[in-house]
Design a protein around this ligand. Sequence first.
Ligand SMILES: [Zn+2]
Ligand SMILES: [Zn+2]
Length: 193
Amino acid sequence: MLNQVDLSQTQKEETNKILEIQNDQSFQPHYGKNYMFRFYNGQPQITIGPHWPLSVCTFILIIVGAYFISAIIHIKSGIWYSSGSVISSLILEICFLRVFLKNPGINFTSTYVHKLRVSILTNSNFQNSCQPCKLEKEYGTYHCYQCDICVKGYDHHCPWVGKCIGVGNIKEFQMFLMSLLFFFSCNLFLIMI
Ligand SMILES: [Zn+2]
Ligand SMILES: [Zn+2]
């Protein structure tokens, strides 16, 4: 009986040692299916989502479409009207690139790193943690299964910009929608006059 108690105590100590070693290891961020660049304070400033080929096609389609529309306006009404069309398409392209490149809310702040194994051992509540990302989720953070990463202030996954829309790029996304509306209304007006 005494031997059994000693054995379980030894096993417990061994497990604790393993956990200590594991938790002392530097945190390896889970990048999911995203490409990340330009890190500042450990946070990526530029991220490209997993559906980037569709975004590249969309961008090419915007450029080609805008070129044809401005060419029609140029033939019909002259260079001054077509320059208005070119400006509206440039605004649209810049707004698209801003959403395409900006971090949607992927956060690697080390304070949110959740010691999953420790929480399991101590039976603490880890309902708000994400196992693949090894992060403790804040309110509004959602794990996108298409990007395979947690996004703060998750709104939706947009395949056209190839990534998630979250707290980091929601304003840019709204600007993009506004620029799209401006592009169509401006060019419709220029074609009709
Ligand atoms: Zn996650
Ligand atoms: Zn996503």
